[in-house]
Design a binder for this molecule. Structure first.
Ligand SMILES: [Zn+2]
Ligand SMILES: [Zn+2]
Length: 777
């Protein structure tokens, strides 16, 4: 740095604090270049919560610097605030990057993993570049972050790149503030970085001068490859080959659930799906999520990729290796699914993958950069015109989501299925990646491992533990034990209260709200299973205003896997004679089966009561689509939405609208939403030969109107004019659209999820918001 001092006349100096995601994302070199271009002196350094900048020079240059600071910030950064103060100029010359220690403790932030940037992609495919076809190139604007970091601070020795010593060429890029790779922690090249190896199923090395080319040959030949990526292994097959996809399904024991497809680029994506501009924007964000989009009827894709539904989960290459797999044009589309048996955690270690996937994969494309954090691909969909997170994982974790109130350090353990836990402190909640179902010890190990990691990463020592009200959840049992060992207080939060609080907190709302939580499940305050709820909600408390009428679930969990049982329970509750010949036939059941279930219901044997809308969808799908059993969660409901996709939204709903009645005593609710007339309308239409797609569309519209009526009644009683929509059913785009449109026509302000999942993946964020409000009181 030069220290030749300048005359102070006509000069000003600003002290600037920038808060947000500004570390490990190329922010300091960006500011360095900006200051040089504007001819300003001063310095930039990381500090505890962001970066500190001091700049000095003439006013016009300072104004331009400030404008460009926001406008041209690096792609992976996120500026939350810029605080500016005038300080006396000191006549400094030159601009420099201060060493971190000068400004105190380095911030604890670790950025999220990001897709290969356009500059790196250009190098990857340029024969003249020294990184031509190097599968691990990256820079400060792209590459792995969270998944390769062991602990803070985010610095190369703390990452799984520590064992690779940079060559002189890489080191000089790393040290040069004007270089795109300045302090790019995973910086590497052919000479000094990780390398690929190709192994056969028995673990022997497949000799290949170019493992990528050999892999392409195997894939084109219909083989199943386990490919190590950023957050774990994928199982990959040629998505255009029906036999290859079938074989993968057989071996993975995953029969109906849709598989995600990676395509070469946007042009290839457009050939498979009808994409809106907003969907294309989602596909190309640095997080590169899987996006659920409308499949073209003529899409060149094996039909067993996503049977029975009109959508396809597609995504674009996000690691250099993925780009290389598509580069020579032989492969058009690859099924890329998490390498696990269904709902087990994704495999990340080489030996672990070989052991767990030996029966599935024909070959393994491995590398020697360790993955330290499992992280599945994120899933998003455009719901009602706005992006919504269905599964929040790679590319989003561990970015914090703001809270509208201060939280003490706390741990919220989330739910049971699709578990995500959260750590909160101050105005931020840090959610873990999607962990899958907490039904077994593997799931619980993944939970513990990720919790340790996030606690270290953010240096958060919880002072309270928040869990779901359900006494039987593994997460609840674990939370109680963990809190007891540490002498910490416990806070139990009702499932749907957490859903609505999550939506409110996401919108910085801390005032009474009408919450509509539509979901598959959720342990209620009365010990029954809730899921079709209108709740008058504050962050710290709620009252039940209305709920779907209770019906029996004969067989409990068996009724979730066999929707015809749900249909029987619902029709019985609605007053139909389920032993009549017509209905037995409709259920696709034997009279003896029906008798057994009926007896279970009448004697209350293993037949819990539920007000769940998810279960109502299952029941209607069972009779309308003859869907007796499901292969995966919510399959029946998803198919019911899918079949209606080309139908108009609105009808004369008439009898399809569930009716609002005064609630029975003891339910703790004001009103109940009854479905007797709705069921009659469904059966009448069915027997009159009305097509299933039309019945499905009417059912969606009727249900939406029923809940809108309930909200309107709640407004009369409470004068509240804001509605928050949440719960797993909000992933149903038709339902979300109908509810929002209908509520807005009624003059309501409507809040929908954006950065937090409406499903159980969002629970822990809501639990944290409820706990913060509870502890404040
Ligand atoms: Zn890059
Ligand atoms: Zn190198």
């Amino acid at each position: 740095m030069t220290q030749q001092h300048q005359p102070i006349r006509d000069r000003h100096r600003h002290g600037i604090l920038v808060r947000g995601v500004v570390q490990g994302v190329g922010f300091r070199p960006f500011v360095y270049r900006l200051a040089l271009e504007e001819g300003l002196a001063g310095f930039i350094g990381n500090d505890t919560d962001g970066v500190t900048i001091e700049v000095e020079g003439p006013s016009p240059a300072l104004s331009s610097f400030l404008a460009r600071l926001r406008a041209e910030a690096p792609p992976l950064s996120r500026i939350d605030s810029v605080d500016l103060r005038e300080i006396p100029p000191i006549g400094e010359a030159g601009f420099h990057i201060a060493a971190s220690e000068v400004l105190g403790r380095v911030s604890t932030g670790i950025p999220a993993d990001a897709a290969t940037c356009p500059d790196c992609l250009r190098e990857l495919l340029s024969p003249a570049d020294r990184r031509y076809r190097y599968p691990f190139l990256n820079c400060t604007n792209c590459g792995p972050r969270y998944t390769i970091t062991r602990r803070i601070p985010y610095d190369r020795p703390q990452t799984s790149m520590a064992c690779f010593k940079m060559c002189a060429a890489c080191q000089s890029e790393y040290d040069d503030p004007a270089n795109r790779r300045f302090h790019a922690q995973p910086n590497a090249c052919w000479d000094c970085g990780p390398q690929l190896t190709l192994l056969s199923a028995d673990g022997s090395l497949i000799p290949a001068a170019d493992p990528v080319a050999a892999t392409i040959n195997l894939l084109a030949d219909g083989q199943i490859l386990a490919i190590k990526g950023i957050g774990g292994f994928h199982l990959a097959v040629d998505a255009t080959s029906e036999p290859a996809v079938q074989r993968l399904r057989q071996r993975k024991r995953r029969y109906g659930k849709p598989l995600a497809v990676m395509v070469r680029d946007l042009t290839a994506a457009r050939l498979l799906c009808r994409l809106t501009e907003a969907e294309e924007a989602l596909l190309t964000t640095p997080a590169r999520p899987i996006v659920l989009a409308h499949r073209r009827p003529d899409a060149a894709i094996a039909s067993s990729v996503a049977p029975g539904i009109p959508w396809l989960g597609i995504f674009l290459p996000y690691a250099p290796l993925h780009h290389l797999l598509f580069a020579d044009g032989r492969l058009q589309a690859l099924v890329m699914t998490s390498a696990n048996l269904s709902e087990e955690p994704i495999a990340i270690h080489n030996a672990e993958a070989r052991a767990r996937l030996a029966e599935i994969a024909d070959a393994f494309l491995m590398h020697d950069r360790e993955i330290l954090q499992r992280c599945d691909d994120s899933v998003m969909a455009l719901v009602d015109g706005a992006p919504q997170l269905i599964r929040r994982a790679r590319g989003f974790v561990p970015l914090g989501v703001p809270l509208p109130l201060d939280a003490p350090p706390l741990l919220a353990v989330g739910g049971h299925l699709k578990n995500v836990f959260a750590l909160a402190r101050g105005r931020f909640v840090y959610q873990s990646q999607h962990l899958g179902d907490l039904e077994n010890l593997t799931g619980l190990d993944f939970f513990r491992e990720s919790l340790d990691h996030l606690m270290r990463t953010f240096e958060i020592e919880p002072q309270a533990v928040v869990h779901d009200l359900h006494p039987g959840y593994l997460s609840t049992t674990w939370a109680k034990q963990w809190a007891a060992e540490r002498g910490l207080p416990l806070i139990a939060v009702q499932h749907h209260h957490a859903h609505i609080a999550a939506c409110m907190a996401e919108h910085s709302l801390d005032a009474p709200t009408i919450g509509i939580s539509l979901d598959g499940t959720g342990y209620g305050a009365d010990g029954r299973i809730w899921g079709g709820e209108v709740l008058i909600t504050q962050l710290g408390s709620f009252e039940r205003f209305a709920h779907l009428a209770y019906v029996s679930m004969p067989g409990g969990d068996a009724a979730v896997k066999e929707p015809w049982r749900m249909a029987l329970g619902a029709l019985h509750a609605a007053g139909f004679d389920v032993e009549s010949e017509q209905i037995v036939k409709l259920l696709g059941a034997q009279p003896s089966e029906v008798r057994v279930l009926l007896r279970m219901i009448e004697r209350s044997i293993n037949s819990p009561m539920t007000s769940s809308l998810g279960r109502l969808f299952d029941a209607v799908a069972a009779v309308v689509l003859n869907r007796r059993v499901v292969d995966y969660e919510a399959q029946a409901a998803i198919e019911l939405e899918g079949i209606a996709v080309e139908e108009p939204d609105r009808f004369e709903q008439g009898n399809y609208v569930p009716e609002l009645h005064e609630a029975d005593e003891g339910s703790g609710s004001v009103a109940v939403i009854r479905t007797g007339k709705l069921w009659k309308a469904v059966l009448d239409d069915l027997w009159r030969g009305v097509p299933a797609r039309r019945i499905a569309a009417r059912f969606h519209a009727g249900v939406a109107e029923g809940f809108i009526n309930a909200a309107a009644n709640a407004r009369i009683e409470t004068d509240i004019n804001t509605v928050a929509l949440s719960g797993g059913c909000m992933a149903n785009r038709r339902l979300a659209r109908l509810l929002r449109a209908g509520l807005e026509e009624e003059g309501f302000t409507v809040l929908q999820h954006r950065n937090v999942s409406p499903g159980d993946g969002g629970l822990s964020y809501g639990q944290a918001a409820v706990a913060a409000a509870t502890l404040r009181l």
